[in-house]
Structures are given as C-alpha cells and as structure tokens.
Ligand binder design. Structure first.
Ligand SMILES: N[C@@H](CCC(=O)N[C@@H](CS)C(=O)NCC(=O)O)C(=O)O
Length: 195
C-alpha cells in the first residue's frame, strides 16, 4: 500500500483535520510542508491553501474531502454516522464550521496579529455557545462516537482556547471543556501534540 502524504503546515487547523482523520483510521501517513504560494503549492492546491493529499494516483484538496476519502477508502470504525439525520447534522456542523466558525475562532485572530481590526468577541461567543449546546447530551458533537465534525471543529476551538483568554471561555462552557478533554485523550490528538 502506498503511503498517504498530507501537505500543509502542522499549526494549520484544516491540515490538522486531515492528520486527525488519517490517525483515527490508523492510516500510515506523512506530513510534508508546502512552499507557500509557489507553483509547486498551486500544483497541489489550485487556490494555494492547505491541506492537500496524495495517495498513489489519488490527489485531493479540501480538508473535508480528504477526511471523507480517508474514512471510506480505509478499514476501521466509520467517522460518519449511519443514520441519515445524524449524518446530515454532522455535515450541518462541518459546513457551519467552514463558513461561520473558522472566521471568529481562527482567521480573525490571525488577521489581528498582522494588523487587522480586533476580532469581535460577540461573534466568537455566538460560535462557542452553539458548540456548547452541540456538546451537551452526548460524548461527541453528533452522538457518542467521534465523527468528521469533531475532527474539523476541535482544532479551531483548540486554537481559540490556546489564546490568552482561552481558559475563561471554557470555564463558562463545561460541556465544551469536557468534549475537548475527551478528545485530548485520543491517540490521534496526542499525535498532534508531538508535531
Ligand atoms: N476550505 C478549505 C480551507 C483551507 C484553508 O483556508 N486553510 C488555511 C490554513 S488552516 C490556509 O491555507 N490559509 C492560507 C491562506 O488563507 O492564504 C479546507 O477545508 O481545506
């Protein structure tokens, strides 16, 4: 079996999603850096983002597409719920994460560090309150088994929580804190700490 090669930088939350999916499925994989913005990068990802992935003849970009491929092309516990309504909820959260969560949790802070306006705490709180609700009542965001939604969203929340104000944010949201702690005990998340 050819190795899965994931392209990106370790701190990138979306690259982390791809790495987590590979680790959850027990798929041997490597992480290779990209030369950001170079032709070699655009050859991997036409919009010069990360992650991208190669596995033999298969070449993919977009974290969710990569995670679905890894989930379905390899053996191991499924990362997608069987029930249609749960699968729909997983995609509802995942799509929300890409369109509505990433900005307040990650992009706005990175932009501020480079001179853009300070992030709006109300936007961040709206996202975290939504996630606090999703994390209450089950072990993971959609039911009691880990899904792609957890793999997409946890790196974003972790990024926000690791900021100066982070621990306060969790003190007010106990279900979210328990969810993060539960994930931190998984081998896939421990592997990220070593990067
Ligand atoms: N929708 C894409 C988003 C990818 C993305 O924006 N990745 C960030 C890193 S976490 C990136 O490449 N940022 C560089 C930039 O915006 O120029 C995915 O899910 O893979």
């Amino acid at each position: 079996m050819t190795n899965v090669e994931i392209f990106g930088f370790a701190p990138s939350t979306y690259t982390r999603t791809a790495l987590l999916a590979a680790a959850e499925k027990g798929v041997p994989h490597t992480l290779s850096p990209v030369e950001f913005g170079a032709e070699s990068h655009r050859a991997l990802h036409p919009f010069a983002r990360m992650p991208a992935m190669k596995h033999g003849d298969v070449h993919l970009y977009e974290s969710a597409a990569i995670a679905v491929y890894l989930d379905e092309a390899f053996d191991g516990s499924s990362l997608q719920p069987a029930a249609p309504v749960d699968r729909a909820r997983m995609w509802q959260l995942t799509s929300s994460a890409i369109d509505y969560f990433y900005g307040p949790l990650v992009r706005d802070m990175l932009g501020h560090a480079q001179g853009a306006a300070a992030p709006d705490p109300a936007e961040r709180d709206r996202v975290l309150d939504r996630l606090e609700a999703a994390a209450s009542g089950s072990d993971y965001l959609v039911g009691d088994a880990i899904t792609l939604a957890d793999l997409v969203i946890a790196p974003m929340v972790r990024f926000q929580v690791d900021s100066a104000e982070g621990e306060n944010l969790l003190a007010k949201r106990p279900h979210l804190a328990n969810w993060l702690n539960r994930l931190a005990e998984r081998e896939s998340f421990k592997a990220l700490e070593a990067l």
